[in-house]
Structure formats: C-alpha cells, structure tokens
Design a protein around this ligand. Structure first.
Ligand SMILES: *Cc1c(COP(=O)(O)O)cnc(C)c1O
Length: 382
C-alpha cells in the first residue's frame, strides 16, 4: 500500500532553508523597525527585477493587491470588469469590493484559462478592465487579450497569484498586463510564512497611488490624501520572501520535472498507454507553466478522490464551487447551467500532489494509485 503522501507540506521550505531563514529573522528582530522598512523596500526592488517591471508595491495579500489596483484606476460602482468564470473567488471579490461588477467569461476547457475568443461578446459600454488569471500556474493567452484590450480601450490586470515565474512571449507573469496582483499565501509557488502580496506595474503613477492607498491614503505621515486602507506588506514576511525568492526558479524547475514525470506515467506514451477517462493538464511548453497545481479531470472525480485517499494520497479540488454558484454571489441570482464550462470543470477537476518537497517515488505511487482506480472502474462497468 502507498505510504501517506500529503497534498501540501508547508514546513518543507523551512527545513530546507533553516539557516538562511533564521539569519533573516534574527536580522529583522534586531532592527527595532517592524513596519514598512528596509526589508519591504528591498523585496519590492528584487521582486520587480524578478518580474521585469519598473515597480513593485508590497501589500498584505493578493486580494488587496488586485482591489487596490482597481481602486487606483477609479474603477467602482457602475463599472464592469471581465473575470474568468472558473477562478478562485478572490478574483471576483477584488472587483466587488471596489464596488464594480464582475462579468464572468468562460475558459477554454483545454487550458482552463480565459478564452480570448469569448471576451468580446461580454464587453459593454460599462466595461473598464479585463482580469485574466494565470490559473494553476499556466500563463493566460495574453497576446490576444492585450490586443483586444488595446482595441477597446480597456485596462488589463493580471491575477498572478498562482504564477510566480511563469512566462508568456519571453516576459514573466506580472509584466504582461498593465498591472498585476500577486499573492504570497503560504501554498503559492513563492509562499510567505503568513499572508503577503504585491502589485507589479511599469506605470509610476499607478504604483504611487497603490503605495498611498495601502497606507491609509497617506503620502506624508498624518496627512491623508484619500480614504486608503491598511494593507502593508509585513516587514518580517518581506525579509523571509527575499530569502525564498532566490530559490524560486529552482523550485519551479523541480515542479516542471515532476509534472513531466506524471505525464510520462499517466499519458498515452507510457508503457501502459493512456488512462481511460482521465484528462491530463495540457503542457504549455518552455516556462509558460510553473505548475502551481497538477490538475487532472475525471468524470467520476469524487470516486477517484476517495480511492486515492484510501491509498494514502492527499488531493484537493480547485475549486468545488464556481464563484457564480457560491452563496456569496447568490444575490446576483445566477442559475445552475449559466456557465456550463466552469460548472463542468468544478465537477470533474482534481489536483494531485505536486511540489518541490515530493520525491519521484511519491509521484510514482500516486500515478500507480490512479491506474489502480482506473482498472477497477473498467471491471465495475464491464
Ligand atoms: C490565492 C489566490 C488569490 C488570493 O490571494 P490571497 O493572498 O489569499 O488574498 C487570488 N487569486 C487566485 C487565483 C489565488 O489562487
């Protein structure tokens, strides 16, 4: 029987980088300066350089990052923002909290990312921005999205929460739209030891406005230019993120290697052939995909998840309820069937364990458990 393979191992990066992380916290504690100091400044410069943008503004989390960009663009009541129908609810909430309306557009089922061909039909006179998500670590199809936005005079805000390091056309996520929101929630490819987030952009005016909004609307202490919020990147998280950023490319490469191993074990080219009814995630090539999650699809997803759990393999569903069917958006009155692609994805998708803390043997055991389930399915339906 397979040994226990947890879906996530949050303590792993500390075990790997203990000396470096302890040195960083030691330095931080000794400074006697705990909010908006040298570590946040340095991380902002280093992360902007990593993404290839002129500016980075550290904020408290990914939701605030996106919300503050929309507010800085004066997007609010009466305005519409196009969002994917199959994202994590934070993408929609960033729009709703600005007072604007999220307008869902269905994804391309092959990539699970916003389908550029469907966007145009959703644009109205109220549309102000498009908010593509690089879901599961795969870059959205940014070329056509940027071209459409330019033609229709819309802003593009990337939700780069799951895609630190992903590239499209030689540029990194965060540098592909007019601005991007990043999350460093502990499970992300670049995860903090608590909540953290950032905005990246080349636009100096936007960067300055977000900088002001994240700190009570203050540019000068005790003088407040607008009704901002408290959403500062924590100084200690910045110190720890600086340590981890240096290892991100290596970790992403390891994720890609393990994703490739899954493909070799479960794909049509494996010695055992393709797994019946199992859909593997598409490969985006080069570094178009940083494999935040390895998502398969199966018509009997719940049974597959239960079989893997019985074999000691932890899995998660990203996400079981699409935002439009969540209680949070019940006020809008969406009906089941309104966004069939997102609904189908939510019913069939399953994330297998994937991360730099896993060994090849654990991927092999997981793949074997998936094949065992599939073999039992054949006998069940025979
Ligand atoms: C994690 C995540 C967010 C939100 O980030 P927080 O830091 O938790 O606020 C937003 N969008 C997507 C797609 C995410 O995965």
């Amino acid at each position: 029987m397979a040994s226990d393979i947890p879906f996530n191992d949050l303590g792993w990066s500390y075990r790997e980088l203990r000396a470096e992380l302890d040195a960083a916290t030691g330095r931080f504690f000794a400074t006697g300066w705990y909010v908006l100091g040298k570590e946040v400044d340095a991380f902002e410069q280093e992360y902007a350089a990593y993404c290839g943008t002129k500016h980075c503004v550290g904020v408290a989390n990914g939701l605030d990052a996106m919300n503050l960009v929309l507010r800085a663009w004066d997007i609010g009541p009466g305005d519409e923002v196009i969002v994917p129908s199959n994202t994590y609810i934070a993408t929609w909430l960033a729009v709703s909290h600005a007072g604007a309306t999220p307008v869902p557009v269905e994804p391309d089922p092959a990539t699970c990312n916003l389908d550029p061909a469907r966007i145009e039909a959703a644009i109205t006179t109220r549309t102000r921005a498009i908010l593509p998500v690089h879901l599961y670590g795969r870059s959205a199809d940014m070329g056509p999205i940027m071209a459409l936005a330019a033609r229709r005079g819309l802003k593009v805000l990337e939700d780069a929460a799951q895609a630190q390091g992903a590239e499209w056309g030689g540029k990194r996520a965060g540098a592909l739209g007019d601005a991007a929101g990043h999350s460093f929630y502990p499970t992300k490819n670049l995860g903090a030891f608590g909540d953290a987030g950032a905005v990246t952009t080349d636009d100096p005016v936007l960067a300055e406005k977000v900088r002001c909004l994240r700190n009570y609307g203050s540019r000068r202490r005790y003088y407040n230019d607008c009704q901002g919020i408290n959403s500062r990147l924590d100084e200690m998280q910045a110190a720890l993120l600086r340590v981890k950023l240096k290892h991100l490319d290596r970790w992403n490469a390891e994720r890609a290697r393990l994703a490739d191993l899954y493909h070799r074990l479960l794909g049509p080219k494996s010695g055992l052939g393709a797994v019946p009814d199992l859909t593997l995630p598409g490969v985006a090539g080069e570094i178009g995909h940083v494999w935040h999650l390895f998502t398969v699809r199966h018509p009997r997803r719940d049974a597959l998840q239960a079989a893997l759990a019985a074999d000691g393999v932890g899995t998660l569903i990203h996400y079981p309820v699409p935002p439009h069917l969540s209680q949070a958006y019940a006020v809008v009155g969406y009906r089941r069937g309104a966004l069939p692609i997102a609904e189908k994805i939510s019913e069939t998708i399953l994330s297998l364990p994937l991360g730099p803390w896993l060994k090849d043997a654990q991927i092999e055991l997981t793949a074997a458990a998936v094949r065992r389930f599939a073999a039992n399915e054949v006998t069940r339906t025979a």
